[in-house]
Design a protein around this ligand. Structure first.
Ligand code: GDG
Length: 489
């Protein structure tokens, strides 16, 4: 059992997300837990470092570990960097997990909240499993939580959890953050009423509710008004005698890490390889998880049209398209993969030649060094989601361009478009516009590239991941203090 004995200290920080930030490596019969460092881990670590010996005494990560209890108990523990973190695993049986994760979370909430209502699957068994999985989280937490803990729940998998915890811990400080868009009420209302209530009452168990943009926050408040029949008061509403705050906290990145990464010798070595591969050609780059929301087909169509409209560019440009496998147990993802494979095959065979392929397709993940080398080798980052809560790739590309070069084409449907206004913004459904913008980007004078990159870097530097986490915690603390101060004696 890996949950460290809790020291007697004030205000522990409990971070809850669907998966623990760990991966399980198998070597024969041996299993090893390895810490993984996503954006959230670096945000929290950086926040805690900055706090030093401040108000937060300890951080505890809670989530499904990706294995059962027996394997967890027998697996080798992570060493070094993560020994200061505590992990509380939440064990969920395979059948429940499949209905909760592949089912309700990723075959109903994900498509619907990204404006793909026709992809949404309504299944009572999925809903029951979603509620059961959230209850397993609540039951596991209830054994360890203290009333003075500060709890931060993440994302659409765990929308009912704050409400479940609130029933058992009326005074607990709870924040909830949604990493995907919250859709307009017209979309939200297509979910069966009982499910709407469970989702909204669940989220309303929190003291502070955060979204990437003010539009998502406002959509949420409209649904709260219509479904729970409560009046909003600006960015607040009252539920269960608690005044709850709803606001925008646009997630960001560790700006310095990306800005400095370009100088590392390992990155430079990869860049050298890509420069040889470019051989004087201009390089377009994109990297995404495989997902129908990422607008991969639209992107390829736009590039195809650009080549058709501008035959001068044939043989003079190459597009490195990296797709990271994701959620492949779900049919819509397998269909997406097939469609992309076919599209690239047709494009390369119809427009390419023996000596030149328009698209270099990599269906696998990249190491961090390879990723930075591609961010810093390319002339254009082409990011065209049909919907995206934020899109961190856009921010990472911009931050890594210490050389002040390169152009970002960004879909206006990404949350990041609100902040990155110096990108060339496109509507992902407008193939002609994507084609025109690709040409404009590839021909943009260096001085203009520098001006745009620098303006966007200032924005990300100013509101980095550290600011994001601090902003959220400051608001959470203030909301709870206000509540306590205004509570009748
Ligand atoms: C969700 C929301 C929101 C990707 N491929 C590789 C790799 N990555 C890293 C990127 C970036 C992250 O994964 C992807 O983040 P995004 O934000 O672009 O997209 P989602 O995965 O859909 O994330 C999204 C986000 O949550 C945060 O709230 O912005 O809207 O959908 O950090 O760098 N990293 C490495 N190799 C890869 O091949 N090393």
């Amino acid at each position: 059992f890996y949950f460290k004995k809790v020291k007697e200290m004030k205000n522990r920080l409990i971070i809850i997300s669907n998966r623990l930030p760990l991966t399980i490596e198998q070597n024969g019969d041996e299993y090893k837990l390895k810490p993984s460092s996503g954006g959230l881990v670096s945000a929290i670590s950086s926040y805690l470092q900055k706090q030093g010996k401040g108000s937060v005494s300890e951080d505890i990560w809670v989530g499904y570990p990706g294995c059962d209890e027996r394997l967890w108990n027998n697996a080798e523990r992570p060493e070094g960097s993560n020994t200061d973190h505590n992990f509380l695993p939440v064990f969920i049986d395979d059948d429940t997990y499949q209905h909760y994760y592949d089912g309700f979370s990723n075959s109903l909430i994900w498509p619907l909240f990204h404006y793909f209502p026709s992809f949404a699957q309504y299944d009572d068994a999925d809903f029951e499993a979603y509620m059961s999985a959230n209850k397993i989280f609540a039951d596991t937490l209830a054994q360890h939580i203290r009333h003075d803990d500060m709890v931060w729940i993440h994302d659409y998998h765990l929308m009912p959890l704050a409400g479940m915890l609130r029933k058992r811990f009326p005074w607990l400080t709870i924040g909830f953050f949604l990493h995907i868009p919250f859709p307009s009420y017209e979309l939200f209302r297509v979910i069966p009423k009982k499910w709407q209530h469970e989702i909204l009452k669940g989220i309303a168990g929190a003291n502070l509710i955060g979204f990437h943009t003010i539009d998502y926050a406002s959509h949420f408040l409209t649904s709260i008004e219509r479904v729970l029949k409560v009046q909003r008061d600006g960015q607040h509403f009252v539920w269960d005698d608690r005044r709850i705050k709803v606001d925008a906290f646009p997630i960001s990145i560790d700006f310095d890490k990306f800005y400095q990464a370009a100088d590392s010798p390992d990155v430079a070595a990869f860049r050298e390889t890509y420069t040889t591969l470019k051989d004087g050609k201009q390089l377009i780059f994109s990297v995404d998880r495989l997902d129908y929301t990422k607008g991969l087909e639209n992107r390829l169509k736009g590039y195809h049209q650009f080549l058709s409209d501008n035959p001068d560019y044939i043989g003079k440009v190459v597009f490195i398209l990296v797709i990271v496998p994701s959620r492949d147990a779900i049919d819509k993802y397998a269909e997406q993969k097939k469609m992309i494979d076919e599209y690239i095959g047709n494009l390369n065979s119809s427009m390419g030649s023996i000596t030149w392929q328009p698209v270099i397709y990599h269906y696998n993940s990249l190491s961090f060094d390879e990723l930075i080398a591609l961010y810093t080798s390319c002339d254009l980052a082409l990011i065209t989601p049909l919907r995206d809560g934020m899109n961190l790739v856009a921010k990472e590309f911009v931050a890594s361009r210490k050389d002040q070069r390169g152009v970002l084409i960004l879909s206006e449907m990404a949350g990041a478009a609100r902040e990155l206004t110096d990108a060339l913004q496109i509507n992902p459904n407008d193939t002609a516009e994507i084609a025109t913008m690709i040409k404009q980007a590839l021909e943009m004078p260096e001085a203009e590239q520098a001006k745009r990159i620098s303006a966007m870097q200032n924005c990300i530097k100013h509101y980095n991941v550290d600011t994001w986490a601090s902003d959220f915690f400051d608001n959470l603390t203030a909301t709870v203090s206000h509540q306590l101060n205004t509570q009748p004696a």
